[in-house]
Ligand binder design. Structure first.
Ligand SMILES: *Cc1c(COP(=O)(O)O)cnc(C)c1O
Length: 405
């Protein structure tokens, strides 16, 4: 398919380019000492991860440990209620640990093993990435250091407990506001010192090259499976594909399967409480070009041009930028990015739970809400929604804040 002069037949061969750019977005804006470490990872990725030994080991792990392929489910009752549009969900909530994040963590940790590293290092905010990485580290027998702000450690007690049970070291960061930003800085600093023995594992399609590419490629299994399953179930392609976008890894995973198809693709960002800066985390909708965390993309800026404070009811979408490939697809117009508010999200959370017996993560509920909205606008056709994770982790919060509806 041709789109704005981009040939999607050869898209994955051309993007990113050798320096990690998707058009003007991406790249690597980091200190030289860290660049040496990134170059080593890039080199290893192109050699090791493309080898048949690595590919077949990862394939076996996905099947035997993660429980892949995850199914696609037809939402019969919800579709019936909405009219003539058929809704389907790709069930990443059924991936081991309950979300898509394990897809790239297993890939990154397997790469660490092949590179002879003894340790994986990462930061975590809400703790989801930390739990997925701690799981992968336990599986491969690697040690695991997770940097986490002191404020987040207090807020996310169950995930801290899970990481510790899995054998990870949770390292408390007490600088500044004691949240994600400080945890990123501390983890990067530790990595600078330890890169000979350790590998840094980024939790989404963000950060310096090669991470946006590598995480996309590890997540692309979601799109490959979903396309095949949908074709088998219905004999055709969906008319639309929908996913929520925080950093953008679950979205790139499913989108990558459909970029070369005549399918409308929608990325859904969190509008939170509204469009005022500080009330949302919709970086593509309201942001502008800029560099943060080592990559160039579209970001939300504060008065000094740094990352702005952001908010979303879904802690996993609470990030002031999105992966560079999303910025690129946004500018090309190949993917339409739109927003969903907290209120619409919570309605969808209960709707899917009650109508289908699937409790979605609050992050994923953004995509469900958008799918429902889209179904009301289309009078026929089908929509495939990526259900990035399950909502067990959100239950206490929902009951406390919204009660039982
Ligand atoms: C972390 C998370 C997200 C957001 O991350 P992306 O990189 O944008 O996919 C979405 N859904 C769930 C369930 C998550 O845990």
């Amino acid at each position: 398919m041709q789109f704005n002069h981009i040939d999607f037949d050869t898209y994955f061969k051309n993007y990113p380019d050798a320096d990690g750019f998707f058009g003007k977005y991406g790249g690597s804006y980091i200190p030289q000492e860290l660049q040496t470490a990134m170059d080593e990872i890039t080199e290893a990725y192109y050699t090791i991860c493309k080898s048949s030994k690595f590919v077949s080991e990862l394939r076996r792990i996905r099947k035997e440990f993660q429980g892949r392929p995850t199914p696609v489910s037809y939402l019969e009752r919800l579709s019936g209620k909405l009219g003539n549009v058929q809704l389907y969900v790709k069930r990443e909530d059924l991936n081991h640990t309950g979300a898509h994040k394990l897809n790239h963590c297993m890939g990154e940790a397997l790469l660490a093993k092949y590179m002879g590293k003894k340790k994986v290092i990462a930061e975590t905010g809400a703790g989801q990435h930390g739990v997925a990485l701690a799981t992968a580290a336990a599986y491969f027998g690697l040690s695991c250091d997770i940097y986490m702000g002191a404020v987040d450690i207090k807020k996310q007690a169950p995930n801290v407990a899970r990481m510790k049970i899995l054998g990870a070291n949770v390292i408390e960061v007490t600088d500044g506001l004691q949240t994600l930003k400080e945890a990123v800085d501390a983890a990067f600093m530790a990595y600078c010192k330890e890169y000979k023995d350790a590998i840094y594992c980024i939790g989404s399609v963000v950060g310096p090259h090669p991470f946006p590419m590598m995480v996309r490629d590890f997540q692309s299994i979601v799109g490959i499976e979903a396309r095949e399953q949908f074709m088998e179930m219905t004999g055709e392609l969906p008319d639309a594909v929908v996913a929520c976008v925080g950093g953008g890894s679950n979205a790139m995973g499913i989108f990558s399967g459909f970029l070369n198809d005549p399918v409308d693709i929608y990325g859904v960002e969190p509008l939170g409480r509204g469009p005022a800066l500080g009330d949302h985390a919709a970086s593509l909708a309201y942001g502008s070009e800029g560099v943060m965390h080592g990559f160039n993309s579209i970001m939300l800026k504060d008065a000094n041009g740094g990352p702005a404070p952001v908010y979303s009811v879904a802690s996993g979408l609470d990030y002031p930028s999105s992966g560079p490939e999303h910025a690129f697809l946004h500018d090309l117009g190949r993917v339409k990015y739109d927003v969903i508010s907290d209120d619409e999200t919570i309605d969808a959370f209960f709707e899917l739970s009650r109508m289908e017996g699937i409790i979605p993560a609050i992050e994923s509920s953004h995509a469900v809400a958008y799918g429902i909205k889209l179904a009301k606008q289309m009078n026929k056709g089908s929509i495939l929604i990526n259900l990035s994770g399950r909502g067990d982790k959100d239950m206490d919060y929902i009951i406390e804040k919204y009660g039982i509806r």
